[in-house]
Design a binder for this molecule. Structure first.
Ligand code: GAL
Ligand code: CA
Length: 344
């Protein structure tokens, strides 16, 4: 083979190529790897948060000039499955891990593993116990104040008691007969929503009588079964159904409609979350009110925190309460202000 006549030309070309590829490398955006572990993907509210995270990751990529690699896994309601998923995230060098923990009392193990690997851990929606979060300064919780949703639900019913008493107090005995559809046992939101909804009425001087309560694990089908049973068994009419979330409120409505009971006699039913089917039921008038659980806001805050932590920036102190908490607000939704909550 003939040797090239002018090796300098080749050297220059090679140099130019090297420089070009070095520039290309420099321009390649940094990748932030985020592992997201859900307690149960099919949960309506949680699947909305997961979708929001996906959508907002693209917005954040643009805004920060980074690439966000979001990997989402379903714990299928099993803590040992979720522990293994978190182990895999840590093995795969995630920069930050977001955990919607199955069992809120099981956070210590995950926090210790994350700390050993030096990977910040953000819990969301299912609040770990405080002592656990305090184990490490890079453990956070993003969520809404559970008691507040209960208070707002109580206020929705209180307004009806004050302004349309005849409609609410169907048997006219001056006492508000209610049933309570509760979320999972031991879940912070279930406990607090149950307690504060009633506390709000009692402190306002409304006489209340609990006809029945039961867990329905946030699920529409289970709630429908409970309601069917109550409709058969209870002697007094149910005047109010408090449901710890919208899916269960919709289950109570399903039961009423399936029994072909008169729609105008349907109890005053309230939920929490403001999911799209619940907003449709508010528009129809079957659901009297709900409380918006801000899925988009939670996803936004989580991503901001992830990006800050992954780039080594200190999260902005005005957003973090007590070193670990990022709180969002609940808002009551009725037919009156519904328009502001419908998707654009
Ligand atoms: C609650 C929500 C429920 C359910 C639960 C799961 O905040 O209102 O619908 O998603 O979280 O942890
Ligand atoms: Ca009554």
């Amino acid at each position: 083979m003939k040797r090239p006549k002018c090796p300098a030309v080749y050297c220059l070309a090679a140099l130019a190529l090297m420089l070009l590829s070095a520039c290309a490398r420099e321009e390649e955006p940094r990748t932030i790897r985020i592992g997201v572990a859900l307690y149960l993907q099919e949960d309506t509210f949680i699947s909305t948060v997961a979708q929001q995270l996906q959508q907002l990751a693209m917005v954040e990529e643009e805004a920060r000039g980074v690439k966000i690699n979001l990997s989402t896994v379903d714990g299928r309601g099993n803590q040992s499955v979720q522990n293994e998923q978190v182990d895999r995230f840590l093995d795969r060098d995630c920069d930050v891990i977001c955990v919607n923990i199955v069992d809120r009392t099981a956070a210590a193990v995950l926090i210790d593993k994350a700390q050993a690997a030096g990977v910040p851990i953000i819990f969301f929606n299912r609040e770990p116990v405080e002592e656990d979060l305090n184990r490490w300064e890079r453990a956070y919780y993003v969520g809404s104040r559970a008691d507040r949703a209960g208070t707002l639900q109580g206020e929705l019913v209180l307004d009806a008691w004050r302004f349309s008493r005849e409609e609410l107090d169907r048997n006219g005995d001056g006492i508000l007969q209610y049933v309570m559809l509760e979320g999972e046992q031991g879940h912070q939101d279930a406990l607090m929503r149950t307690e504060y909804s009633i506390r709000t009425l009692v402190s306002a001087g409304v006489p209340v009588e609990k006809l029945a309560n039961n867990n329905a694990d946030w699920q529409r089908g289970q709630a429908k079964m409970r309601m069917q049973q109550w409709l058969e068994e209870l002697e007094k009419p149910i005047e109010v159904v408090f449901a710890n979330n919208d899916d269960m409120a919709l289950g109570a409505i399903d039961a009423w409609l399936e029994e072909r009971l008169p729609p105008e006699e349907m109890p005053f039913i309230v939920g929490v979350d403001a999911t799209p089917p619940a907003l449709a039921a508010v528009a129809e008038g079957t659901l009297k009110g709900t409380v918006q659980n801000d899925a988009r806001g939670q996803a936004e805050r989580m991503l901001e925190l992830c990006c800050d932590l992954a780039s080594g920036a200190e999260p902005s102190p005005e957003r973090i309460t007590d070193g670990h908490y990022v709180w969002l607000w609940y808002t009551a939704v009725t037919r009156e202000n519904l328009a502001g909550f419908l998707p654009e």
